[in-house]
Design a protein around this ligand. Structure first.
Ligand SMILES: [Zn+2]
Length: 398
């Protein structure tokens, strides 16, 4: 057991509302000239450098800022193939309707295990190099019993936050037999996937012919819950619909997208804020040239908000949380502090995790270092790669 004291922290964002001596004005629990003691992947002590206890090793970050590692609570990293042409088409006005997912399904089914594993590994490395320390990974490009289970087995090599998304779209071979596909999801596919998954998710979207209706989504989520999985929902992405209502009704940890919400949806989310988080994914609106969700309306109503990447081959092939943060502030009227909280402690809450997202004694030592003196530079210097997970093989190599 060796301990390390991290020093040279010009500004430490702890997100700890109870930390003594911190600036709590924007709920970030800010400390200047701070130190953190880490042992065996756990935080042992947080406070001013002048009071830091002795440790076996010392790691000096040279006057940089440290923030809680980003928690990317929504990603689809297990896929093969390339859909850049679709992105180009959308930039000339072609609307997204969920149909392109079938192309990734074909490429993913055709890929070998080692090829898929290498693709996921490269994406995870890319995310850590941009400051992400926790990654939720969904299946959803296999859509057969074997390919969904394989996707989750590979995802589980990289994270404990794995999500079974057999209900991503109805695969083309079941296009005129939808109910048979739903039966497959809740039967043989769920049995094969549940051992490798913590969560179940479904794309509940009446505005896409490829996605699932409210009734179908309820059947899928209820079966997942009965199998011991936590619930997540893709909802209200392409238009107003039942996603939020269903997520709140079933006690889902998160309803993701929330781009089109009725007043009733916002009220439901506000009332359920202890239980259900609204996860906003503005990289998708960027990449589909769509209107952004109204984060201000949700924050003002008291809704719990998370920000995540939705990194996926169709609607947002960006794994960058700093990019998401820049969009949240510039396009969604969130303050820098609100955006940073949403991508750390907010997204941790959407995974029902208290051991990440806050730099506090007893929590995981998941921290991100910024090549800058303050967290504000994440926004101020948008597009510049200043964030990397502490101790990752990132651009800065701390
Ligand atoms: Zn998604």
């Amino acid at each position: 057991m060796t301990s390390t004291v991290v020093t040279g922290i010009a500004e430490l964002v702890t997100n700890d509302g109870l930390l003594e001596g911190a600036d709590h004005s924007e709920h970030l629990g800010l400390l200047s000239d701070a130190a953190v003691v880490v042992q065996d992947g756990q935080i042992e002590w947080v406070g001013p450098l002048s009071q830091a206890p002795a440790a076996d090793n010392r790691q000096d970050v040279g006057g940089r800022a440290i923030i809680p590692g980003f928690v990317d609570s929504h990603s689809h990293l297990v896929f093969a193939g390339d859909r850049s042409q679709e992105f180009a088409a959308r930039m000339t006005g072609v609307r997204y309707d969920g149909g392109g997912i079938a192309r990734s399904v074909d490429a993913t089914r055709a890929a070998g295990d080692d090829e898929l594993r290498a693709l996921v590994a490269a994406r995870v490395t890319e995310m850590r190099a941009q400051g992400t320390t926790t990654i939720e990974i969904k299946s959803g490009y296999g859509l057969t019993v074997q390919d969904e289970a394989r996707s989750l087995r590979i995802a589980a090599e990289f994270t404990t936050e794995t999500t079974f998304l057999g209900g991503h779209v109805v695969p083309s071979e079941f296009a005129d037999r939808r109910s048979e596909y739903v039966d497959l999801i809740i039967g043989e596919m769920l049995s094969a996937c549940a051992p490798h998954a913590r969560w179940i998710d479904v794309f509940c979207e009446p505005h896409s012919a490829h996605a699932f209706t409210e009734d179908e989504a309820r059947v899928v989520l209820s079966a997942g819950r009965d199998a011991g999985l936590g619930l997540r929902v893709h909802g209200n992405q392409l238009g107003q619909g039942p996603g939020v209502r269903l997520a709140v009704e079933l006690g889902a940890a998160s309803v993701d997208h929330c781009t089109y919400l009725s007043a009733a949806d916002v009220e439901l989310l506000a009332a359920a804020s202890d239980n259900t988080v609204a996860t906003l994914l503005p990289g998708v609106e960027f990449s589909t040239r769509s209107p952004y969700p109204d984060a201000r309306r949700l924050l003002d109503a008291g809704v719990s908000i998370a920000l995540a990447s939705d990194c996926n081959p169709g609607t947002c092939y960006s794994s960058s949380i700093p990019f998401v943060l820049a969009l949240a502030v510039r396009e969604m009227n969130m303050t820098p502090a609100e955006a940073l909280l949403a991508a750390t402690v907010g997204s941790a809450k959407s995974l029902r995790r208290k051991d990440i997202g806050v730099i506090r004694a007893g929590n995981c030592a998941d921290m991100t270092v910024l090549d800058a003196p303050s967290y504000l530079h994440l926004f101020y210097r948008a597009g510049v790669p200043i964030a990397s997970a502490l101790n990752s093989v990132g651009p800065h190599g701390y």
